[in-house]
Structure formats: C-alpha cells, structure tokens
Design a protein around this ligand. Sequence first.
Ligand SMILES: C=C(O[C@H]1C=CC=C(C(=O)O)[C@@H]1O)C(=O)O
Length: 450
Amino acid sequence: MSNPSPVAVATPLQQAPALRSITFERGDLQLDTGLLDYVVRSDVHTWIRRGGGMVGFGEAARFTTAGPDRFSQAQAWWREIVAAADVVDPVSQPGTGLASFGSFAFSKTSRHLSRLIVPRIIVGCVEGRSWLTYITDDGGAELSASAAEAELASYLDGVEPERKPCPADRLAPGILTEEQWMTAVSRGVAHIRAGELTKLVLARDVVAELGSPISTAQVLRELAVRYSDCWTYSVDGLIGSTPEMLIKVENQTARARVLAGTLDRSTAPAGEAGYAERVLAGSEKQQHEHEIAIDSLTHQLEPFTRTMTSHSEPFVLELPNVWHLASDVSAELAVDDDGNVPSSLALVEALHPTAAVCGTPTTVAGELIRELEHLERGPYAGPVGWMDAKGNGEWGIALRGAVVETPTRVRMYAGCGIVEASQPVAELAETWSKFRPMIEALGLRTPFRP
Ligand SMILES: C=C(O[C@H]1C=CC=C(C(=O)O)[C@@H]1O)C(=O)O
C-alpha cells in the first residue's frame, strides 16, 4: 500500500492515458452486509454508507498535485481522461461508468499530495442494486462481463488476516501535548475576543503505535458497521468515517450536510430523555458555532444554484460517539448556456474550506491555524470522495479519520470549532470524543477523561 504523505512538489499536468471502461448490472448484494463483503484488503478504495456506495480495486490511472491550484488541476486532468476515454455504460446512473476516487490536502500550502485515482475495478451499489465497472488502459483487453468478474476475483483472492489487539499497542502524543494544545485554544479565544475573527477550528493529532501490523480492511469494516450513517472512506491510506458531507451532486441536484456543535455521548447521564436537545440544541454557544458553519456553506454555494433549501433550525444528529447539531442543504444547480451544471469537484473548489473545519473569516482563520496548531493537517479535514465522468460525485470532509503512515503507525486527527465562549478543557475532551471511532476500530482504548 502506498502511503499518502510523500513530499509534494506541484507537478506539471500528468499525461492522461486513454482508458476504456465497461459497466454491467449485477444482482442484488447481501442485504445485511452489502459492499462490506468486498472490503477485504488494505489497498481497497471505499466510499460506503449503509452498505451502499462504491469500492474500488487496483489502479488504471492516477493524478497527483499540490498547491493552491490542486482542485482546478485535478479537474483539468479528469476532463482530459474523460475526453480520451471509450466508455460503455448501459446502466448510466450516478457513479456508473468511468469514475475516480480522490483525496485533497486541507491546505493550499500543504506538501501533502492531493490525488485522483481511477481504479481498475469498481463495485457499486445503490439501494441494493449493484453494478461492476471494469477499467483498463490496455487497448487490446477483452471488455466482457466474464473478464471483469475474473479481474474482480483476482482482487478478492488472499483475504487480509484479522488483527487482534496486542499488549504493545499504545497511544502516543502527537505534535503538541494536551497542555500545549489547550494553550493554543486559549490563544485562539483571545484572537476571537480581540475581534479578529468569529470562529476558528483547531485540530490536534495522536498516534496509534501498534504492536502488530494494522488490518486496514478490518478497521474499515468496523467503522462502516458501527458508523453506518457516516461515509466510510479509504483512499491510499487515508481512512475514516465522516459524518459531514461537503457536497454531493446527482445530476442537477446538490446536497450538503453541515455539522458544527458537538456533545459527547459517553459522559451523558443514562436515560435522561431530551438531554441532547436541552444541552446541545439549547446551548447558545453551540448554536452560534453552527450558525457560522451553515452561513459559510450556503453563502459559497448560492452563486451556483437556482434554488436552495435548508432546515430553518439545525437538528440533533445522533452518532455512536457524539451528538452533533446538523443542517441538511439541498439545491437545484444553475445550468449554464451550454446546458451544463458545475461538476462536484468544481463545487468542492468553491466550498472548501468551510467554517466547520477552518473558521470565519477564512483567511484569518487559515493563518491562525498555521500559527497555533503546528500540525501538517495533510488530507485531514480536506475533501475525500469520488466523481464520475459526468461530474456527479460525493465529497465528504475527511474527519474522524487517520493516515496509515506505516503498517504499525497510524496518525489520527480531531479538531473543534472555537468561539468566544470556548473553554480549553472542554474542547480537549471533545477531541477525545472525536478520536474515539478510530481508536475503537483499531482495538485500542480511549484514555480516561474526567
Ligand atoms: C473538525 C472536526 O469536526 C467538525 C465537524 C463537526 C463538529 C465540529 C465541532 O463541533 O467543533 C467541527 O466543526 C473534527 O471532527 O475533527
């Protein structure tokens, strides 16, 4: 498996190979396991929610880049790939035909390589109906259902063994100690009080040092089962299960799920009805944090839309580890003079970074993140997802995840929206609640927090 953090240098546009692809309808998948039956190896690419989504194997083409133009360069490359491709897609629905998985660095100054990867095989599934896409750069390859099934079978051979927790497994501090990170939060609050910005998202890392090699596939399956309402992603060693949808484009409709405002479930009193409503939805501080995030998304999306709707009040989203204040946004995209709507990646470029992962105003928050975090976020909090040849796609924000740096070293990331009323100790505890999905999926225990 290649790791996602090689040193990045902005690359000239890499040559787009001429690809051929064919897509076949397939039978219904197992209702209870869905695509999880295909998550059997570490180098699998995934985008899974409630058993559906897409799983990719192998690599037919790859584009990597870094810097402020990473999104537009990736779009230009994808356009070339699509223009040169010979695509047979009788199924013709979002995700079928030629498609790529992608992950982008959070920051325009990051050395981390953003990437689009076109797999050789994609198994997709929406509402139980599945398809198989076979992609090749071999002009002479036989593009038949049996050749596609044989190619898929070759990837399903040699299932990765499961890993058991071992005594040597441990959690090590990241770049900053807890105390240093809380000092950074206090400094952030001081900048907010001074009126330089209204919201700042500060993140930190912790490292899982494993006594035996990770089974990435096992971790992904655990995340996908436990966090079935989230989107479980895996792209080149970036793994996790995000509850936040930056943008989903399906033909002319765009949707987003904006989150901001968090309440830990592990410290909630047992059986108190209405606790999350009272403590989370009833909190002025959390509502303020959420309002900033939803305003930033709708403001950036609005120029691309004909109509847009969102809840007038956020709802409480319940996940196994936390409750969030959440707002779903739905928009009809504006059609240009040629009859086209913007691609999902064009919208990603316009929307990223939202106030849910950066702050408001964006530029001030971005500078403070660099100054206070001391963290190379890499792909954490960047867009992760997939896109098809028509520009449909789903791009989540890479949260509640980790980078597999080596088979025994996994770096996890978590951040918090800081507003004027934020308290460093509470924010630190919140980061632990956000690390928990990964920590538990790795078979480790979250350190005790008061
Ligand atoms: C930055 C993260 O979460 C964001 C998304 C939802 C709620 C958030 C919050 O309440 O602070 C954060 O804005 C993270 O999980 O690392």
